[in-house]
Design a protein around this ligand. Sequence first.
Ligand SMILES: Cc1ncc(COP(=O)(O)O)c(C=O)c1O
Length: 369
Amino acid sequence: MSRVWNFSAGPAVLPAEVLEQVKDELLDWHGAGCGVMEMSHRGKEFTSIIEAAEADLRALMGIPANYRVLFLQGGATQQFAQLPMNLLSGAGTGMSADYLITGSWSKKAFKEAQRVTAGIATVRKSGSTEASGFTRSLDPAELDLDPDAAYVHLCTNETIHGVEIDCSRLPAVSAPLVADMSSHILSRPVDVSKYAMIYAGAQKNVGPSGVTLVIIREDLLGRAASTIPSVLDYAVMAENGSMLNTPPTFSIYVAGLIFQRLKRLGGLAEMEKINRQKAELLYACIDSSQGFYLNPVRTADRSRMNVPFTLANSQLDPLFLAETRAAGLVSLKGHKSVGGMRASIYNAMPLDGVRALVEFMDDFRKRNA
Ligand SMILES: Cc1ncc(COP(=O)(O)O)c(C=O)c1O
């Protein structure tokens, strides 16, 4: 069996050692006589799996005791709606939320919030970098924040445009801060206490698709309108340990194995070191290519997880993609809305994979410049 170097933006590469363990446990988990996919979510075996997953995530991220961890479904896209349904729709008239738009995903979150709160609440665009092509984060002077907002929403890593905001450079906001961290959660340490809520779809750094993490401060629970579906009410899900209904058991199990692996590797500070090395290597290759490859993002805002780049001569794009594919470097085509290429280099992409990509890119440039 030969595995490719997989640069997919998500669902993305998973660590081979975790997949091996899943394979070993597939038919018989720890002597249970059946696999995780086949066991009741209410039984003692699965209870131990979800409890360990939560405890490991709490330890990895340093999640304070006054935050609840929810394992939900519907992806981050559902959170675009569920968040305002919980924190705006029940709040009565006059309430508003602020949205910072720094790429396609935060723009989608903004539009969905407008949709689900139409006629009930106000959703404000408090800053946008769209006019400059989503190539940077917002500077504090550009923000128009409402101190009385129910919350301020931002996306700390824009997967398509490759713009990342690190927790130490967050804008000063007085309202509760809510972050979509789908594509960089667990890639570096985060001070959870700076956020009122963090959410993330799993299929990049957490595990397989199907589970969505929500980390929410307890005082934000119980604000939803009583008319929203109970399965979408954070408070109801928290009261029921994410098991009002059947949770995505297999995805939670695999995520739990990923958390254990990250702990074995030394935690998020260690992941940050490796991720920084990987990103520096790739950006250095782009920046030293004398314009053959280009990344448009302001240096301080460049994502360590998703590296979009274009070839100055876009006629070479098909050749670049065909040759990378033949060399076992796959899923490098950029998102259709921006074109060019994108290399997603999540936690599970080893340094050797990035080295292989950079060697190929250098060689391709020499042959085609
Ligand atoms: C930053 C970000 N937010 C939200 C989403 C949507 O996630 P999902 O497909 O899990 O709904 C994505 C998907 O790639 C994403 O990258």
